[in-house]
Ligand binder design. Sequence first.
Ligand code: FES
Length: 105
Amino acid sequence: GKITFIEHDQTKHVAEFKTGSSVMQIAVDNLIPGIDGDCGGECACGTCHVIVSDDWFRKTGTPGGEEEQMLSMTPERESTSRLGCQVVITDEMDGMTVHLPEFQM
Ligand code: FES
């Protein structure tokens, strides 16, 4: 499947994914600028913040407790923000678009 990352300056990157990877892992594997994933997906760094497009947000589920706590400290948080490492891709998310914040934590 494919997922599109849109940088803060509107630069688009289309990345191929295999289901079962996280949005953060896909970004790192495809060298998408703007997602660092410093903690390796442990929900502990907040450098994998993505803002999911409204239409797709429901499909990504809801942030868990630790993720919610990390998001609450994220400066550019929006109502459809997620931590990329906590969003595991399913076939349902083929074609999803996520936006990147201007800065990561
Ligand atoms: Fe660190 Fe997601 S990679 S919180």
